[in-house]
Ligand binder design. Sequence first.
Ligand SMILES: [Zn+2]
Length: 345
Amino acid sequence: MKKIFIYFFAFIFICFILPALLTKTDIPTSSGDNTTEEIVDNNQENNVQNSKEQQESQYNYQKYGTIKLLHSKTGEVEEVALDEYLCNVVSGEMPADYELEALKSQAVVARTYTIYKCQNPKHDNANICDDSTCCQAWVSKEDRLARWEESKRESNWQKIEQCVKETQGKIITYNNQPINAFFHANSGGTTELPVNVWGGSGYPYLQVVETAGEEGYTQYSSEVSLSQQELTDKLKEKYSDIQIDFNNDEQIKILEYTDSNRVKTIRFGNHELSGVETRSLLGLKSTNFEIKKENDKIIFYVKGYGHGVGMSQTGADAMAKQGNNYEEIIKHFYIGVEIKEINSL
Ligand SMILES: [Zn+2]
């Protein structure tokens, strides 16, 4: 009898209850799928959100998570996390009291420059060195903090970390390649073409651009005053046979300017020098200068600070003060570029 009951219930179950259950499941599947999908989607969104937040707090640099930094004084090579390294660079390259958006543009420029150096190595056993005249300035956190007023140490460092963190993974590209992100202190109002500084070609994103507001910074103007003897002595370091007749105005004369109104060629007595050479021999802050003679003195009135190519740091700060964000600043100084995620290249 028991068996009959079991068979009977099994029959009832298979014929009536099971189809009813399946139908019941079917109904919410068709109308409720959206709900289910919505929940799944929301979950996925939450997951994406979570991983985005995680990414934002700890960007996963697939290829360039760490770099090999050469300490030029000791010769020691240190492997450091990229963004940690960038805090040391940004704090060494730009005053911490500059606007946040200017510091962010410096962080992206420094990251781009670093990746460019990784791809175009200059040193045998390291990606980049800590010498600003060779690669890029780097200051240890300890040294950096010591140079700030005690009351500003914590807030300054936090600001530097913030600008690196808020631009995590971002680099400047042209034709999908990291650019050679040159920068300098003050353009004197107009940037320079690289060909006029180093010769060569191949940097279409480095053009002559004008920036308002740079005149408000101390780096904008400077002067070097030399006696006739001092000037002759300095030029003799390279041109031992130099002879200048200081009574003849034609003997010290700017002959040619670049497109950005910097000195291209200048005559000193029996020699013609480039503006770049003159800057280096006389210790001028840029090649954007005028000359005046006053009694025995020859005075060089100089505009701007640095080679003048790429982003001007004071220009970036001036633009930030005018309400531009870091992307706008970067796209002003580097023509036709894009700002991309490093992992998308
Ligand atoms: Zn180097």
